[in-house]
Design a protein around this ligand. Structure first.
Ligand code: SF4
Length: 338
């Protein structure tokens, strides 16, 4: 089998394109900081710290994903081992909930006491909340954050979605559970058979999928953020996952393949999505192509192989003070961009 290795140094992922749509300067500071390093090494060091910080909101999302993945792996193993002792299961669930609480308390303490100007020390731990970097007192947010993460799991456990997933384990279907504690695992989407995308690197992986048969799949993706109440379509992210599934079968047409895909909001357990149609696949292929072209427009000579950014002046600000108020990069941004 051909080993897929894209020539481009430019990649397309949901996060990357979302950052670009949010703010071009943030995109530069996130993905082209090697250019900043050449221009201002000291600012680059501070930017390298900011790149690794999370807001409390992002941290809650990350930990909710960790806890849910731990829970699902736990039950996948229970069903594999045919362990039917319910008392033991309850005990194990309590253990993973306690573990996430301890993990969050330790990280919060580390972040609170971090001297963010001591770069070497920061990079030993690589842990920090942006609110602490900007000197905010957020002690009262820790118990709230832990409660939100644990409640997300409780809500999931009480849902019909959970019952269905236990059924997949019990019936022996092939179930894939993402391990968010090990990011970048199996993220590559091999788009090499799509004309025009032969050399492109696309990154995407759903949180959960089930193979019911070689023609029938279910994809689920957990969302911890605010629910978009206007959302009545299948998201572009879900369409990329569906395309990834098809490409694994070396095709871009659904024919007799059935793929259902849903985003599940953990704060309500509402699901958004549906059955993927051929028009969804065609749409996402052209969207990936246009996203790549947009990304290339920020490169010298549009050359994705070299992947050298245009002068920083070409990267515009967010056009919204509201976005800047909470942006992790605001410290470096105001010093670097005039
Ligand atoms: S501070 Fe504002 S302009 Fe600067 S990177 Fe953040 S969002 Fe963009």
């Amino acid at each position: 089998m051909k080993n897929f290795s894209p020539k481009h140094n430019l990649s397309r992922s949901h996060t990357r394109i979302t950052v670009l749509e949010w703010c071009e300067r943030k995109y530069y500071l996130n993905y082209y900081d090697f250019d900043l390093k050449k221009r201002d090494p000291e600012l680059w060091r501070q930017n390298s710290v900011l790149k690794r910080l999370k807001s409390v909101e992002m941290w809650i999302g990350e930990k909710s994903h960790f806890l849910l993945s731990d829970y699902l792996h736990l039950f996948q193993n229970f069903y594999k081992e045919r362990d039917a002792n319910p008392a033991l299961r309850d005990e194990q669930v309590q253990k993973i909930k306690d573990k996430i609480k301890t993990e969050m308390e330790k990280e919060f303490e580390t972040s609170k006491n971090m001297d963010f100007s001591d770069y070497d020390k920061f990079f030993e731990k690589k842990i920090g909340l942006s609110e602490h970097f900007y000197g905010e007192d957020i002690d009262d947010k820790l118990p709230e954050a832990i409660a939100k993460v644990q409640e997300n799991l409780d809500r999931f456990m009480q849902s019909t979605r959970n019952t269905k997933i236990h059924g997949y384990f019990e019936d022996g279907y092939q179930v894939y559970i993402e391990s968010p504690r090990e990011p970048f695992r199996s993220m590559n989407v091999d788009v090499s058979l799509i004309p025009g995308l032969e050399d492109v690197s696309v990154l995407a992986v759903p949180d959960f999928w089930v193979i019911f048969s070689d023609q029938n799949f279910l994809i689920l993706d957990w969302k911890s953020g605010k629910e978009d109440i206007l959302q009545d379509q299948i998201s572009t992210q879900l369409k990329v996952y569906a395309l990834k599934k098809l490409l694994k079968m070396k095709k871009t047409t659904l024919d007799n393949v059935t793929i259902e895909a849903y985003e599940i909001y953990l704060n309500s357990m509402n699901a958004y999505g549906g059955k993927i149609q051929q028009e969804d696949i065609d749409f996402i292929i052209s969207k990936i192509k246009s996203d790549i072209e947009t990304q290339k427009s920020f490169l010298q000579e549009g050359d994705a192989e070299k992947n050298i950014p245009l002068d920083p002046d070409f990267f515009h600000d967010a056009l919204s003070e509201k976005k800047c108020e909470t942006c992790t990069f605001r410290e470096v941004c105001k010093k670097f961009f005039k």
